[in-house]
Design a protein around this ligand. Structure first.
Ligand SMILES: [Mn+2]
Length: 431
């Protein structure tokens, strides 16, 4: 990661203390250099390590404080983008079950879980081709889930809408994207009021108005005939879905009834159903307030939804890439602050991977240090010409076999391969 980028993200944190600003940049540089290390492994010098612990114990240093300058930069890019910009949201959790002495953690979705909850909004520029350019985070929240639910505690699901409100009034080319957990009436209704466009995977069998009649959504849409078909390459968990499939697609415009069914149906939306007669388990129901007038519109929305996996990869970059669950901080508040920093850095890790994935024919020498290239070439007895060669070799070192049906290597294998190379380079340096 370039030092200038790290400087831009962290030197402007609003603390009114130049030493803390400088420290934030130094810590970011240390973390970016050794993403997979513990804090102790990132700072060889004892006094640097002590200063790092002190920094994260400072009550002024919070997750939000560390991320705010980054949000500004990201949203500015999003404003001036001439293409569509996706605001991909998702929730996840950090587990610290192996850290019994850490104070202040809370329950997680996993019943025995001990950890933190978080919600991220990844901002990425959309192209019709496979490409996406990662801008970074538009917003992120991390919190400790209370042990017992109290009446006045706000619902966690409100974070989806709050994210849009924190980001502020949208540009016409901005689109919020979310999975099934995002199918929340309050979200759909208020996003509309706030003029946000959205593409959300449907979960609830809602009451909808069709030709003036109130009907249940699921049974209705499953009776509709195909309006168009499209071939895509699907790669999902398990062998069953891998490879090229023909999708059947249909859609219809409708109005949503509020959940308690007191008022008239108001919000106009379009439901899109995507399914495959060959693979009975493959079905996506999408709900959107973008207009769908023809096949092209419907296909674009499906493509937009399919970029959602970027946020899963981003969360992997946080967890596997930066191993935030392996830190030695002893209090949840300090982990939250550390996460503020790592949450930003992980977007860059993801962006670098996308760059390699998407500029496959770029000569490897332009993107990768020479020593690394030589090492991989000698170890695997191959000749590396392009970035894609390098990328696949990295995955091979992480256990990727590369049969035709395997598709592109995943994050974890690439990361494993990367770590092996780092260890080998370290060994070579020591000798
Ligand atoms: Mn999710």
């Amino acid at each position: 990661m370039k030092k200038q980028w790290l400087y831009d993200q962290f030197s402007k944190i609003e603390v009114n203390d130049a030493r803390l600003q400088k420290r934030a940049v130094d810590i970011a540089i240390g973390c970016a250099k050794h993403p997979e290390e513990s804090l102790a492994g990132r700072f060889d010098d004892w006094s640097d390590l002590k200063a790092t612990y002190r920094f994260f114990s400072n009550p002024k240093i919070t997750h939000q404080l560390l991320q705010e300058p980054h949000y500004h930069e990201v949203l500015e890019k999003a404003c001036f983008s001439e293409e569509l910009v996706l605001f991909i949201q998702d929730s996840s959790e950090l587990l610290f079950n192996s850290h019994p002495s850490t104070q202040g953690l809370g329950p997680t979705a996993d019943s025995d879980g001990n950890g933190l909850m978080f919600h991220s909004c990844l901002v990425a520029k959309y192209y019709e081709s496979e490409e996406t350019e990662i801008f970074g985070l538009g917003y992120q929240e991390a919190w400790v889930r209370p042990e017992k639910k109290t009446d006045n505690s706000s619902k966690e699901s409100e974070v989806w809408l709050r994210t849009l409100k924190k980001i502020g009034p949208p540009k016409p080319h901005w689109i919020s994207v979310g999975d099934r957990a995002n199918d929340i009436y309050d979200f759909l209704h208020n996003a509309n009021e706030l003029r946000w466009k959205y593409v959300v995977r449907a979960r609830h069998d809602r009451w909808v108005e069709i030709e003036g009649v109130q009907r249940r959504l699921f049974s209705w849409i499953r009776q509709q005939t195909t309006q168009c078909t499209s071939k895509i390459n699907v790669k999902a968990k398990g062998e069953e879905f891998s490879g090229e499939v023909t999708l059947e697609i249909t859609w219809f415009k409708t109005r949503l009834f509020p959940p308690r069914n007191t008022d008239a149906a108001c919000d106009e939306v379009t439901y899109i159903r995507v399914w495959s007669p060959e693979k009975s388990k493959l079905e996506w129901l999408l709900i959107t307030n973008l207009s769908v007038n023809n096949k092209e519109d419907a296909l674009r929305i499906i493509k937009i939804y399919r970029r959602r996996w970027l946020i899963e990869d981003y969360h992997k970059a946080v967890k596997t890439g930066f191993r935030i669950e392996d830190n030695q901080l002893k209090h949840a508040n300090r982990i939250l602050a550390l996460f503020g920093l790592i949450g930003v850095l992980a977007t860059k890790l993801l962006a670098m991977r996308e760059l390699c994935r998407l500029s496959p024919i770029t000569p490897v020498k332009e993107k990768v240090p020479e020593r690394t290239v030589i090492l991989v070439e000698r170890y695997l007895k191959v000749k590396l010409k392009t970035v894609q060669d390098f990328w696949r070799s990295l995955a091979r070192m992480g256990g990727f076999i590369g049969r035709k049906s395997d598709g592109e290597p995943g994050w974890q294998t690439i990361w494993k391969g990367y770590k092996r190379i780092q260890d080998m380079l370290l060994g070579a340096n020591l000798l």
